[in-house]
Design a protein around this ligand. Structure first.
Ligand SMILES: *Cc1c(COP(=O)(O)O)cnc(C)c1O
Length: 410
């Protein structure tokens, strides 16, 4: 199968959800029937024109797609090299790419007759997107969130409450995203009949990594069309930030078979990728193992215990990475680099000052890498980075990092 996958990336994964040695379905027997039911429904929906017609309609009228492809002129000029484009997914309803995927999963849940939606969330962005779409369709929404994150992300917790969601603080483990995902999976097994588990990134057991990627692939599909219109050709280099890897897979996937397109994923390097593990760079600084139902690269200690990552960006601190990225890394189709907190902060400020766009800290990592490579590339080289989220949620973190007292402005 791996050979077939190599001939066309667009056909992966195999029938067991494997991307080479990664992915799969490492779940308990009780979860297996649920996973197979979901896979069945998704396979049907995938080739059902009415499913995609409903998606297209909501993408246009509820989310605001297509998002613009924007030529960042002043940034390009300042760096003096490659021509830089930004895919403006931060302009979506709820301020990030997460809703592209949530809509797909909720429409699927409705087709399956499920009335109760559960989700895990770390920084709260996926929880807010899920609560939003559940409110729109009148579905019950339960969000599992690490107790530690509930404290750190008060504005998003309040948003979810306003939208009618129930938030369950998770105190097991260290009370962060990894633990929230474990508890959501336990809930799913216990409430088999009426519950749909809406996962927020390209992780989890098959079919989630492929399904979430397919929903996010709208990003890359739009870029292809928009770039053809703007430049009459494909971009030379794609750059996207990676937490679990869904916005990146969404941009990359429609280009995987175009061998001339360079693909770069940017992990969170935190305070630096060293043995101290003060980072979230699963590929750059982790090893393969099994977590949340799939085999992939993980941050772990010598005994295989999962480590908490560290990053200034709450949306990037997942200790794993989607299995398709692990595979693209191993076969060399995509390249993965790490950007530190300090570099991301500098890129954040540059983007505000030169382009009038306040980016989220996650895509600031992607931008920091663009800022590194653009000056080394010729002027006719086209880079497209995914501006996957807006920075409103991050202004308090940035203020603290830059030494501003928010009180001064209140
Ligand atoms: C959640 C989030 C991420 C990280 O998730 P991926 O699955 O890696 O895309 C990145 N950027 C933003 C703005 C987010 O909200």
């Amino acid at each position: 199968m791996a050979d077939d996958l190599l001939n066309s990336f667009m056909t992966g994964p195999d029938e067991n959800g494997r991307f080479g040695d990664f992915g799969g379905r490492f779940v308990s027997e009780t979860l297996m029937p649920l996973i197979l039911e979901l896979q069945d429904e998704y396979e049907k929906a995938k080739t059902d024109a009415s499913f995609w017609a409903e998606m297209d309609d909501l993408w246009e009228h509820y989310v605001g797609r297509p998002s613009p492809l924007y030529h960042a002129e002043r940034l390009t000029e300042e760096l003096g090299g490659a021509k830089i484009y930004m895919k403006r997914d931060e302009l979506n309803h709820t301020g990030a790419h997460k809703i592209n995927n949530v809509l797909g999963q909720i429409i699927l849940a409705r087709r399956m007759g499920k009335k109760r939606i559960i989700a895990e969330t770390g920084a709260g962005q996926h929880g807010v997107a899920t609560a939003t779409v559940c409110a729109k369709f009148g579905l019950k929404c339960v969000v599992y969130m690490g107790a530690h994150d509930v404290e750190r992300q008060a504005p998003n917790v309040f948003r979810m409450r306003l939208l009618g969601a129930e938030i369950i603080p998770v105190t097991s483990g260290r009370g962060t995203l990894k633990d929230a995902m474990n508890d959501a999976m336990r809930d799913w097994v216990t409430n088999v009949r009426d519950t749909f588990y809406c996962i927020g990134t390209v992780a989890g057991p098959h079919p989630y990594p492929a399904m979430v990627r397919d929903f996010q692939a709208i990003i890359g599909k739009e870029v292809r069309t928009q770039m053809e219109r703007a430049e009459g050709r494909l971009p030379d280099t794609l750059v996207a930030a990676i937490g679990g890897g869904s916005n990146a897979m969404g941009l990359f996937f429609p280009f995987l078979d175009d061998k001339a397109v360079n693909i770069i994923g940017v992990e969170a390097g935190g305070k630096g990728v060293t043995a101290k593990m003060e980072h979230c760079a699963s590929l750059t600084g982790g090893r393969p193992g099994v977590l949340h139902g799939n085999r992939t690269y993980l941050l772990q200690d010598d005994d295989g215990q999962i480590l908490e990552g560290f990053s200034i960006s709450a949306g990037l601190d997942y200790p794993g990475i989607g299995p398709e990225h692990a595979w693209l890394h191993e076969i060399g189709r995509a390249k993965y680099v790490a950007i530190t907190d300090v570099e991301a902060l500098a890129a954040f400020q540059k983007c505000c000052e030169l382009e009038g766009i306040i980016p989220a800290l996650e895509p600031s990592h992607a931008l920091a890498h663009v800022i590194k490579i653009a000056p080394t590339l010729p002027k006719d080289h086209i880079i497209c980075m995914n501006m996957c989220g807006r920075g409103d949620k991050d202004i308090f973190t940035v203020a603290r990092a830059l030494g501003f007292e928010m009180g001064e402005f209140a």
